[in-house]
Design a binder for this molecule. Sequence first.
Ligand code: 5GP
Ligand code: ZN
Length: 113
Amino acid sequence: MDCLFCKIISGDIPSAKVYEDDTVYAFKDINPMAPVHILIVPKTHISSVNDITAENSTVVSHIFEVAAILAKDLGISESGYRVVSNCGADAGQSVFHLHFHLLGGKQLKLEMC
Ligand code: 5GP
Ligand code: ZN
């Protein structure tokens, strides 16, 4: 499968890893929109939120556990942060491997859309 994030997870494409376990990989976004901008992804290929099911959704709750751990480690758990997943064209999804942006380290724009 020709998937950028699968290649990052396998190490075929380099990334600035910040966390890894059996099911989740997290790395710095190459084009950060905030002082902290981490991408948290499942190691299994899921294309987007559209493809989350009862069979694969356990990894999503685990991703949020990892988001909380990373927010604390990176010093933004008290100042605040946002966890976002873009799904499809109207949301601007550009990589079709499910990912959650962890954004913080500054006052984020209050507009959601
Ligand atoms: P999306 O637009 O799909 O919600 O988010 C994709 C994100 O992946 C973007 O924020 C983009 O900067 C990031 N990205 C794209 N290519 C690479 C890459 O090769 N390495 C890393 N670390 N991030 C990437
Ligand atoms: Zn993939």
